[in-house]
Design a protein around this ligand. Structure first.
Ligand code: UD1
Length: 419
């Protein structure tokens, strides 16, 4: 397994370009199953989760091509399997996103349950009950969701919890259903809006994406389209936090500042100077240490759970005390123990981490069991005294495109050590 070796203490300066959003690319690749015509998807990030999705589509019979500009062309006129096996779903929960499209277009799907994962039990009951309410005959048998439907029927669904992939799965199912579907308490995340825009370009009739009520009028069929994936707000946020921890001045390009309000206001409170342009953010950090900031995660437009671990790392070296409360996922504090090993003064009380900032972290060998936790350890390594080795970085490769190259370009001393 590859590792990252980081020598801490370097300021970050220069420019970095943000990749397409993983969490938009995954549902949008799944949405290509809804048409037999060619879809062209641009700005797809080069990530392990994307390769897994392409493998999953490939084994169902998708025709996938990378053109000279690195756009992905997908044609699904020869799908001969409606099956997502456990071996694939267990490595990437988002494989569940093929359930809605398969059922809507082919009337059949056989998709493994994701099972538990490092950041909590994460059930998919809302996906299942929503499809059942749309008329699917759906059962869970030996760890697999088996669903059949002649043609799904529009329904009025009140989602019990705000779920991102649940909203996406049900929206994709509804676009080809007979009649009108209303999703109440829908997720408002920008990635849901990006998926809706792609579906609309394919001929779907969707209103209200980005609000908590999405109304979908089903159509008979969808056609091919081109779609450019929106920039990754979590990758953007991770680089912003890195600069605020390490000091320096960095222009973050090809991003969408409007999607980061909650994160930017915390960074300002931590002492960063932030300048915004349409598609870039320049962050300057002159203070020796950031000021501690309290964090409380919640669905968009609240503070994203996917930025919680990075802000925990920031608070570890900040001036002052802070509390970090995680409300979206149980058990999403796997990074806390590792940060303690680097000298952080932090303890857990239920779903809250209580942090007293220390002046310095000390390098140590660390590893993490999920994507954003791993990213927080890289951030800690960038400011720690000495040489930090971050193990199990396949988690990082799932969600960050060439993270070490991007940080090196900003002046960090960070190298990949191949297994
Ligand atoms: C997505 C993101 C992930 C992000 C999360 C929350 C993708 C591929 N992943 O994950 O990066 O951290 O949103 O912003 O987009 N829940 C249920 N029943 C369900 C579905 C969800 O109880 O049927 C619960 C979950 O256990 C969790 C909460 O709802 O506590 C939110 O989960 P959800 O929004 O579904 O997360 P994902 O879509 O898996």
């Amino acid at each position: 397994m590859d590792k990252l070796k980081i020598v801490g203490g370097k300021e970050l300066n220069g420019e970095v370009s943000i990749s397409g959003a993983k969490n938009a690319a995954l549902p949008i690749l799944a949405s290509t199953l809804l048409t037999d015509q060619t879809m062209t998807i641009s700005n797809v990030p080069h990530l392990h989760d994307i390769t897994t999705t392409m493998e999953l589509l490939g084994r169902m019979g998708s025709d996938l091509m990378l053109d000279e500009k690195l756009n992905i062309e997908v044609t699904n006129n020869n799908i001969n399997e409606f099956f997502a096996p456990y071996e694939m779903v267990k490595t990437m929960r988002a494989s569940i996103l093929v359930l809605g499209p398969l059922l809507a277009r082919f009337g059949e799907a056989d998709v493994s349950l994701p099972g538990g994962c490092a950041i909590g039990s994460r059930p998919v009951d809302i996906h299942i009950s929503g499809l059942a309410a749309m008329g699917a005959d759906i059962t869970v048998d030996k760890g697999y969701i088996k669903a059949k439907a002649k043609r799904l029927k529009g329904a009025h669904l009140i989602l019990e919890m705000v779920t991102v992939t649940g909203t996406e799965n049900l929206m994709m199912a509804a676009v080809l259903a007979d009649g009108k579907t209303t999703l109440e308490n829908a997720a408002r995340e920008p990635e849901v809006v990006d998926l809706a825009e792609c579906l609309i370009a394919m001929g779907a009739n969707i209103q209200g994406a980005g609000t908590d009520t999405i109304v979908i009028e089903g159509v008979e069929s969808l056609h091919g389209a081109q779609h450019t994936i929106l920039p990754d707000r979590i990758e953007t946020g991770t680089f912003l936090v890195a600069v605020v921890m390490a000091g320096g001045k960095v222009k973050i390009k090809n991003t969408r500042p409007k999607l980061l309000d909650a994160v930017l206001s915390k960074l300002r409170a931590a002492g960063a100077q932030i300048e915004l342009e349409d598609s870039s953010i320049t962050v300057t950090m002159d203070l020796e240490r950031p000021r501690a900031v309290d964090i409380h995660t919640s669905p968009f437009p609240g503070f994203p759970t996917d930025m919680q671990a990075q802000f925990t790392a920031l608070n570890c070296i900040a001036e002052g005390n802070s509390t970090i409360t995680e409300t979206v996922f149980e058990n999403r504090f796997m990074h806390v123990q590792e940060l303690q090993r680097m000298g952080a003064n932090i303890k857990l009380e239920g779903n809250t981490a209580i942090c007293n900032g220390v002046a310095k972290l000390i390098a140590a060998p660390v590893m993490a069991t999920d994507l954003r936790a791993s990213a927080s350890l890289v951030l800690a390594g960038l400011v720690a005294e000495g040489e930090t080795i971050v193990d199990r970085i396949y988690h990082i490769d799932r969600g960050y495109e060439t993270i070490e190259e991007k940080f090196r370009q900003l002046g960090a001393e960070i190298n990949r050590m191949p297994a």
